[in-house]
Structures are given as C-alpha cells and as structure tokens.
Design a protein around this ligand. Structure first.
Ligand SMILES: [Mg+2]
Length: 107
C-alpha cells in the first residue's frame, strides 16, 4: 500500500464527514473526529489487553487477530482524517517525525 492511497481515503472521508455534519466552521469538525480517535484508541487498548491475556474471560470471545488488525487500522485512519481536516500533510508529518526519531537514536 502506498501512502497516497491513505491520503486519498482521508480526502474522501473528509468530504463525507463535511456533508454529514454541515458545520458552518470547518474547525468544528475537529471535535467529533478527535472523539472518534479516542473511541478507536479505547477499542485498540481493549484488544491489546485481550491479546496480552489481561482481559476478563467474557471479553475474550470475539477477540482474534483480524479484530486486532482492524482496531490498529481504525486508529490510523481516524487520525489521518483529523490530519486532513486540519490541513496536515500526513506523509510530510511522518517523514519529518521518522527523521527526527532516527536522529535521536543514531549511534
Ligand atoms: Mg474500531
């Protein structure tokens, strides 16, 4: 998968969210997307606990690798949606951050 595919998806989702919420100010869309990120992050945390054997038995039934992958994807996609809404080029942001972290841990 190319990062352009991710950016294109974010642009499509951005248009759908804009037409769904119909906010008068595009900045208002940041709030529901941010809340969605937190919801998805909570679901990922739940799956991480389950896959680490730290979840209650009743919650383990529907947990499998497919579900774990889906939750990772949900967090990444909703985060990219917020970046798109806030005018952040996620590819540029990732490149800069990877370079910064690489520099930090350079031997
Ligand atoms: Mg989810």
């Amino acid at each position: 998968m190319e990062i352009q595919e991710l950016k294109d998806f974010s642009k499509r989702m951005h248009k759908k969210l804009e037409s769904y919420y119909k906010f008068d100010d595009p900045r208002k869309l940041n709030m529901p997307i941010t809340i969605k990120i937190m919801e998805e992050l909570g679901e990922l945390c739940d799956d991480v606990l389950a896959h680490s054997g730290l979840q209650r038995k009743e919650k383990l039934e529907k947990k499998d690798m497919d579900n774990l992958q889906e939750e990772f994807a949900d967090v990444i996609l909703t985060t990219c949606n917020l970046a798109e809404n806030m005018g952040v080029d996620i590819e540029e942001a990732l490149q800069k951050k990877i370079k910064k972290v690489d520099e930090r841990f350079k031997e």
